[in-house]
Design a binder for this molecule. Structure first.
Ligand code: SAM
Length: 258
């Protein structure tokens, strides 16, 4: 089977057969068995990234798996926003990534700031193993913690930059998500509780334990959550600084300070 055969077989199953085939074949010489497996898994709705175990994000290709949320183009707004607040220089910034997953956000930022150090925190041991690979060679430490625990911050330092893309889908909406997400991304990365806002409520109440005088907090949020997340933060004495849209024009990142 050659490239064109793969495209033909994917037609009717994938909305992007040419692109899928190109990504699958790029830099590889797949065996016939691997090609057959790829087509079968793609026909079943599995995203190309999960099949090949890689996803492009920002300037890099990151490892991905069933245990982590696939890096999303929308989340690149996080990197752009942090860079707009902290133009690249040699400052030894300390960055905390809460719910690091694949580590794509932390790895992208550490690659931009040569002297920065980072901590990635996640409840999932399996996710942290993927993050470990994606953060190889960077100044990062990984910690397994449940940030929903009242004292999750015990033993954790203070940071200049805190980023978080927590789970934010309301529980009831998960069944309506497309299969590529609902089946192939981990539920832990998606389920934000009844209204999707549990993580923001908890972080609004506890993040003051890991900040210094100038710390900025950067939250990724779901579509339509901007006003609710602002209210939650303001009720906990955080000052709203700015909102930033993704390429689709949806408010995706909110920035706060104490
Ligand atoms: C939406 S994913 C974000 C992953 C990655 N930061 C990104 O932007 O692609 C949320 C992450 O939070 C983690 N998580 C969910 N609940 C958690 C909790 N209570 N404590 C710590 N991490 C949690 C999940 O395991 C998942 O990796």
């Amino acid at each position: 089977m050659d490239f064109q055969d793969i495209v033909t077989k994917l037609k009717g199953f994938s909305p992007t057969p040419e692109l899928d085939a190109r990504i699958f074949c790029d830099g590889r010489l797949p065996t016939q068995n691997q090609i057959v497996e790829f087509i079968e898994r793609r026909k079943a709705g599995e995203p190309v990234s999960k099949i090949i175990g890689e996803k492009g994000f920002w300037k890099f290709v990151f490892k991905t798996s069933k245990d982590v949320l696939d890096p999303r183009p929308d989340s690149e707004t996080m990197i752009e926003t942090v860079l707009s607040y902290y133009p690249i220089d040699n400052k030894a910034l300390k960055i905390l990534d809460i719910g690091t997953g694949s580590g794509c956000l932390l790895a992208s930022l550490l690659s931009e700031y040569p002297n920065a150090v980072g901590v990635g925190l996640d409840i999932s041991d399996a996710a942290l193993k993927i993050a470990q690979e994606n953060l190889k060679g960077l100044q990062a430490k990984l910690i397994q913690k449940d940030f929903m625990l009242p004292d999750w911050f015990q033993g954790i330092d203070t940071f200049d930059i805190i980023i978080s893309n927590p789970p934010y889908i309301p529980t009831k909406e998960i069944e309506n998500l497309e299969n590529a997400v609902k089946i192939y991304d981990p539920l832990l990365a998606l389920d934000g509780g009844e209204d999707g806002l549990n993580a923001y409520r908890q972080l609004a109440k506890t993040l003051h334990n890991v900040i210094n005088n100038t710390t900025k907090v950067f939250f990724e949020i779901g579509q339509g959550q901007s006003e609710d997340v602002k209210t939650i933060m303001q009720q906990n004495n955080w000052k709203f600084l700015s909102a930033h849209c993704d390429l689709g024009g949806i408010i995706r990142i909110l920035v706060f300070e104490k």
